[in-house]
Each structure stands twice: as structure tokens, then as C-alpha cells.
Design a protein around this ligand. Sequence first.
Ligand code: ZN
Length: 491
Amino acid sequence: MTSPPYEIIIGLEVHVQLLTRSKLFCGCSTQFGAPPNTQTCPVCIGMPGVLPVMNRRAFELALKTAVALNCRIPRFTKWDRKQYYYPDLPKGYQISQFDLPLSRDGYLPIGDPKGAFPPKRVGIIRVHLEEDAGKSMHDELSGTADSRIDLNRAGTPLLEIVSQPDLRSPAEAKAYLTELKLLLGYLGVSDCNMQEGSLRVDANVNLHIATPEGTVATPIVEVKNMNSFRAVERALAYEAQRQHEQWRRTGQKLGDVPKQTRGWDEPAQLTRAQRSKEESSDYRYFPEPDLLPVTTTEEEVRRVRGSLGELPAALRTRLEETYGITPYDSDVLVNQGRALVDYYVEVAETCGDAKQAANWVQQDVLRTLKGQQIDVAQLPVSAAALAELISSIRAGRLPGSRGREVFEAMLNSRRSAEEAMRDLGIQQVDDSALEDLCRELVAANPQVATQVRQGKLKAAAALIGQAKKKNPNVDPSRVREICLALIEKTL
Ligand SMILES: [Zn+2]
């Protein structure tokens, strides 16, 4: 596969709703799913004569995120009115932050354990706080083309995280979003539920095309309306091809046309042109006169930094160094969230076999959690119980081949590994009985012995099958080992 004759330049703008109980400038609830317009008050519906009061908790969560993203925290930050008219914005402006955001110049490291791209730091231009708008609902089904407005969301605290245009492929964009979402989850600042709109992504994308006359940049396009990370990846891949095609047809370069906004059409799997993007001067930003600026001391920043806890990147490194597991394994575990990591650590510490613990957690435990749509706290097999199962295999009390069967029984009956083994009639076969059985099988199957001597070690599988039929408790790998040794001895 030849690489395309251009480089894709991507910057992402992510909006996340913060997990506060009340809105940013009033006491209304932020609970999702309430009947329309039941969580509103004169402040968030923009009645005249009311005064906003900042939600301190929202500011703390925003600060925590900015510090975790390695941003610089200026001592002084203020609020601005971003003016535009839209039916779901009753005040006629949104309270946001313009020239003095609460943080700047951070970065988020990303990597791919499978090596699809080299590890890199993605620059963060700024993280700032603003209020969300309401929601317009266009009812196309009733045939009356009614539009209704729900203002429950108006005033919900929203964090805007703007990256540098440092991403060079749709895969890198997806990795950045995945890592950012994971970080926000570990920090406990947002539930990042894309279906409920708690996390929304806009992408700025253009191409740098190599030509004999030098590198040409195509006009920047903002892509909106992507409601999953997979959609972001596809929309960016589509947009790169479309821009290349457009450039070949028109020769349009950056600066020749105003910035365009396009929306991702999921069913059609393509982007469509929307209204053209306003420049920031169109918003006529001006300082919000009803809110005091916020000052943050170095002391506060230090306290926040000290309270972050162990974040995903540090946790991956610790798992690799302490338990000797691969970067791929640590990535799978950490990406599932802190609770699963704690579960894994307990299994590994208790059974003393970190690699086997990683295999069991990644395969059987994760498959069960996904299949039953539960989280690890609800799993009927506790970490101690799984450790007991692994220890039984290590001690030779349980054939490895029957481990999964025991795990299933533990899941269904919530019993310990020992009880499940007893229920299944699994008993350890002592070594002398096992040797007798193997001797008998080797003697009864001279053709297998001949094949093995000719180097066809796979032929021993027939002996294992017969051994299991005679006694389901035998450990297949032990049977193989003993039979091969016996055949060798009779040479
Ligand atoms: Zn309100």
C-alpha cells in the first residue's frame, strides 16, 4: 500500500458536561432525562434582572482537568459574553471565556500498544469553562414540522478542550479521544456519555499536499455532528479524500475561501456542507459584567495536583513494572477503568501469577462483563475466588483444560473454586494412578508410539483423548508429558 500524497492535519475541539448536581450559574438540577423545561429558573432562561452566581464545584472540576492535562493555570481568569441569537439560547448570549481562559498550553501523551503510530504528545491550546445551550427538538414525525425547545440543558457546565492541530491520522484522532475520555473518567469529572451528549466532538481538518512547487495547504473544514469515536474516525478519513479530490478539481488553497462547516451524515457515511463558520469577531465577545473574575493561587494548583490520584499513563507503567505484563495487557486493563485494575491487582497478588491473572481477567472476566452488561463490582466471581481457581491450576489440583468449566460454575452458583470443583466431581488424580493409566495407553496403542518416534508428536493427541475418556479429571498436559517420556524410554 502506498501512502497518500498528502499529510492530514487534525485538531479536535471536545465539549464535556461536568458531573455537578447543579448548573453553572444557578441552582437548577443537571439530572439527564427529566420532562422538558422542568429544570429551569429565571437565571437559566434569561429573565431580566437576575444575577448569575458561579458554581464553585464546576470550577474545581475544570481546574482538576486542566492540571491533569498539564496546562498552565494563570492566576486570573474571567467570564465573557459570546453573543449570538439562537432559539435554544434565551439570553441571546452564552457565558464563556474568551481572552483569559482558566488554562493554556497543556498536552496529552498518546500511543498505540500495537504500534500503529509512534507515541506522541498532543498539545492542548486551552481548557475553558462555559455554559451549555438548551436543545431544539424538530419533530419531523408528526407531519406538522413542529419545533420545540427544551431548556433543561441551558446553563449546564461545559468544559471546552481544544487541541493543537497535532494529530496526523484518523487513528491518532481516535486514540486521543479514547485517552482523553479515559482520563476524564479516572478524574471523575464527567460521565462522558456520548448518547446523552455529555461528550461532543468537533474536528478541524485540512491537508498538506506535497507538490513540485512545495507544500500546499487546503482550506480548513470544521466537521460536526459525529456521535461516536468510530464516526469521528470515518468522517476524518472521508474528509481527507474529499479535500484531496476537491483540490485536484479546483486548486483551492487555504485562505482562498472562508472556513467551511460540514456535518457528518452517519447513514450516508459522508460529510455535507452546513452554514459557514462565524469568525470570533462575529460573536462580539465582551466581559460579563455580572460575574467576578476568578483568581487561582499557586497553592491551590499544588493542592489540586496532589489530589489527582494515579492517572492512566502512570498506572500502565506501574502494572508493567510491578507485574511484568506487556504494554498491550496493561493497556487493555487500564482502559477498562480503575475498578477492573483493582480487581486484577488483587487476583495477581493473591495467586502469585501475574501473567495468568492477566489472561483470566482479559479473557473470561471481560467476556462475562460484556456479555452480561455488568461492571466488575457485580461480577459473581470475586477477585479472591478467581485467585483460588488460578492457584488450584498452578498446584495441579485442577487440570488447566477444565478451568473455564469451573469458572462458569462459579459464575452461576456464586460458589468458591473448591466448591465448584467438588460439584463438578473434579478430583486430583495422583501421580502413580496417572502413570499407570499412561503406561496402559502407550502399550495399547503401538502405532501412536511409532508415529511419535518418527517425530510426529501430534499423534500423542489420540492418547490424551483416550485418557480423558477413561478419567475426566486427568490433566491433558501432564498426560502428554508422561506418555512422551514413556515412549522415549522404550526406544
Ligand atoms: Zn436555573
